[in-house]
Design a protein around this ligand. Structure first.
Ligand SMILES: [Zn+2]
Ligand SMILES: [Zn+2]
Length: 289
């Protein structure tokens, strides 16, 4: 399995000079596994990812969408594959209660927001809607989709191939006391749902080689209503589920490269004491498992 970071920034893209080391594009990962190409999330990083795939002549792409917040779909209209006849693009997401996935993607490309309608796509475009807990195959890789605690309808993914596991757990408030996920029961059930969604994250991360996590906050910045986590929670989770590598991800837009270096140094002793390898995701970094 090969994993390449194309976009690592949360909320909105940044182009300031002090952040170019880690990169300013919003979330996108490329995963090459068992001869198949998977993209995770369609932030602005997907433009570069798609161009690299086009250069290599890749004709089949599966996109795993965490959720439809704009920083995770805003790059989609600029995916080069959409203009390529004979190319297949399959988008996977959790099912939304009141809108189809097709309607959500068509919505961001309708006038007056865009002149590139989804109807003009030349590739074969397919939307696949999943339920919480679904497992499916992409080639020889097993993919698991689980709901997370984040405003709207958000999912994390686990990609299993042979002995190797990638867990993508972004965006989520892992240990917060507020239930963010839409449409999950009444107040009386809130504690139960929080436990269930946290268990979902544990299941996704179990024995993962790589845990790519939402570490938008530091503890002193934490906002309980935003639906994001701190490195502390993910280091605890990684220790609980025996994950070997934690990759800080979905970096706050205002973080300079020096801030990111400082965060890694701040958390390294805690990671080392648990035997966890700690990194901050950076555009262009490729990992081979
Ligand atoms: Zn986000
Ligand atoms: Zn979000």
């Amino acid at each position: 399995m090969k994993i390449l970071f194309w976009g690592v920034r949360g909320s909105f893209p940044v182009a300031e000079g002090h952040a170019v080391g880690y990169g300013g594009n919003t979330p996108c990962l490329e995963v090459e596994v068992a001869g198949r190409t998977i993209l995770i999330d369609a932030g602005t990083g997907i433009r570069g990812a798609g161009q690299a795939l086009a250069d290599r002549g890749v004709e089949q792409v599966d996109l795993l969408l965490s959720h439809a917040h704009w920083d995770h779909i805003q790059g989609f209209p600029y995916l080069p594959q959409l203009d390529q006849e004979g190319v297949s693009v399959r988008v996977h997401s959790l099912r939304h209660p009141n809108q189809t996935l097709n309607e959500i993607f068509a919505g961001q490309q309708q006038p007056p927001f865009s002149s590139r309608s989804l109807k003009d796509v030349r590739a074969h475009l397919e939307f696949v809607e999943h339920e919480d807990g679904d497992c499916f195959e992409i080639g020889a890789a097993q993919v698991t989709c689980r709901r997370l605690n984040h405003p709207g309808v958000a999912a994390g993914y686990r990609v299993d191939s042979g002995d190797h596991v990638l867990a993508y757990i972004c965006d989520t408030d892992l240990d917060g006391a507020v239930l963010h996920a839409d449409g999950l029961g009444e107040d009386a059930n809130e504690t139960k749902w929080l436990q269930k969604l946290r268990q979902n994250a544990r299941d996704l991360g179990h024995s993962a080689d790589l845990l790519v996590c939402d570490t938008f906050f530091l503890p002193e910045e934490y906002e309980p209503l935003w639906g994001h986590s701190c490195p502390d929670e993910f280091l605890r989770l990684a220790a609980e589920v025996d994950a070997s590598g934690v990759w800080l991800f979905h970096h706050r837009p205002g973080r300079a490269d020096s801030d990111m270096d400082g965060i890694v140094e701040r958390y390294r002793p805690a990671a080392v004491s648990e035997g966890i390898q700690l990194h901050a995701a950076r555009e262009g970094v490729e990992i081979s498992l």
